[in-house]
Design a protein around this ligand. Structure first.
Ligand code: BJW
Ligand code: ZN
Length: 235
């Protein structure tokens, strides 16, 4: 049996499959990944843009970077990989989709039960009252909260910041319940997401990895792009 058939079989038999995605699932939409040859972190230093210290030091530079990312992603569309998840969810309506991505492409594709681990580019958060607002003003580099006048910041989890406890709670419930974890397009270096595969594998849960350069040695590895491989699991 080839790897795809094996994976399809595991998915058909699974009672509670769960997806974890990373930047690679959006690569075929034209959204750059973070690491690797053409990755964002090749040209931009994370500590100058994606940390709370960077934002305190120079909020305008940080906003500029997020405005650029928002405008880039606005011009892209979900790809066959995102759409295949909809078809899989028709067979598994309870299936969760945990994503590290902040690009909103899973929602735009229509995926359900989505958990965004690292926030979302199209929202901002007030540093004073913690209010979360939809935010798409690409020109404003020092936005303020309409309720309290506090400084707004991108609604993104930066390095060294804790993930939202409510989000972590939802993730833990999915991880405890799942009997098959499908991991798509992540290099597996950023925690806590990098630990999810071993967490579930410890209790005997099977892991499938879809990636042109797979990294999880104990997973059933499907080598290839998300947009190319996922439709084979959804048909
Ligand atoms: C394809 C494909 C195709 C290509 N199809 N696939 C030491 C110091 C400080 C902190 C730490 C430390 N050690 C550990 C930590 C914790 C830190 C961490 O993990 N750091 C590591 C880097 C070492 N984590 C945190 O700080 C997290 N918070 C936390 O843990 O709180 C508790 C704590 C606090 C303080 C200290 C310790 C603990 C928060 C992490 C938030 C990460 N945020 C980012 C940036 C957001 C900003 C933004 O978007 O602007 O989120 S980092 C960046 O990496 C982004 C991503 O979501 C994340 C993961 O990247 P991902 O998705 O894996 O992308 P890539 O590019 O790495 O990989 C792409 C993959 O796709 C590759 O494998 C390709 O092969 C593949 N691919 N084409 C399928 N077509
Ligand atoms: Zn406020």
């Amino acid at each position: 049996m080839d790897q795809i058939k094996l994976a399809r079989d595991l998915l058909d038999k699974s009672l509670n499959p769960l997806f974890l995605t990373g930047a690679g699932i959006s690569a075929e939409s034209g959204v750059p990944t973070f690491r690797g040859e053409n990755g964002l972190w090749k040209n931009y230093r994370p500590e100058e843009l994606a940390t709370p210290e960077a934002f305190r030091r120079d909020p305008a530079v940080v906003w500029e970077w997020y405005n650029w990312r928002k405008s880039l992603v606005s011009q892209k569309d979900p790809n066959a990989g995102h759409l295949a998840i909809n078809f899989i969810q028709e067979r598994h309506p309870e299936m969760g989709v945990i994503t590290q991505n902040v690009d909103g492409l899973h929602q735009r594709a229509g995926n359900k039960n989505l958990v965004e681990l690292h926030g979302n580019l199209f929202f901002a958060r007030c540093v004073k009252c913690n209010g979360i607002v939809e935010y798409q003003d690409y020109d404003n580099n020092s936005p303020q909260c309409e309720s309290c006048g506090g400084r707004l910041r991108p609604h993104i989890v930066w390095f060294g910041e804790q993930l939202d406890p409510e989000v972590i709670g939802r993730v833990n419930r999915y991880l405890q319940k799942t009997d098959l974890l499908v991991i798509v397009g992540t290099s597996g270096v950023v925690y806590p997401a990098a630990g999810f595969a071993s967490t579930v594998a410890l209790r005997g849960v099977k892991v499938i990895e879809i990636n042109p350069e797979p990294v999880i040695d104990f997973a059933l590895q499907l080598k290839g792009g998300a947009g190319e491989v996922l439709p084979h699991l959804s048909g």
